[in-house]
Ligand binder design. Structure first.
Ligand code: FES
Length: 158
């Protein structure tokens, strides 16, 4: 696996330039928000230290960045993470265990090895949700009806 990403020279407004490592992807962990990982409020445990440990241990830091963020928005789905890779956004919910951290980094490493975006593995696919109107997954069949009832996929569009 390639360990480095390219460095670009980025022009600034002042006509000066700065070097910037252009990375393959980025992992955002909702780790310091109001809900994700807040067991005292009844939300599931978040393996935050394991996310940090594996990011360093796997040697991917020069191609794939990690950010521990505040609230990402979809609190009702806690615990939420966002994987961005080659322009794709993969939103995942219910990331509640160390085993889930393994799955996410194994998925990221598979994409780094292949040097391309890959669909999430089956173990994560059920927790992949649509966050943007244009997204890497289409769950528009789950749109809220006028009466506020969410139809099942089997009856959507009927
Ligand atoms: S606190 Fe995690 S999505 Fe809001």
């Amino acid at each position: 696996m390639r360990l480095d990403s390219p460095i670009h020279q980025i022009p600034l407004a002042s006509e000066d330039t700065r070097k910037l490592r252009v990375q393959d992807g980025h992992l955002f962990i909702c780790g310091v928000g109001c809900c994700c990982g807040k067991t005292e409020k009844g939300f599931p445990f978040l393996a935050l230290d394991e996310f940090k440990r594996q990011w360093k241990a796997r040697g991917i830091r020069r191609r794939f960045h990690l950010t521990i963020s505040g609230c990402l928005g979809p609190c009702t789905l806690a615990n939420v993470v966002l994987v961005q890779f080659h322009g794709n956004s993969i939103w995942l919910h219910s990331i509640n265990s160390v085993a889930d951290v393994d799955l996410i980094y194994n998925y990221v490493e598979a994409m780094l090895d292949a040097n391309q975006f890959l669909e999430p593995p089956p173990e994560l696919a059920s927790r992949h949700f649509q966050r943007y109107t244009v997204d890497t997954i289409d769950q528009s069949q789950f749109d809220i009806c006028e009466d506020g009832v969410t139809p099942s996929p089997a009856v959507a569009g009927s």
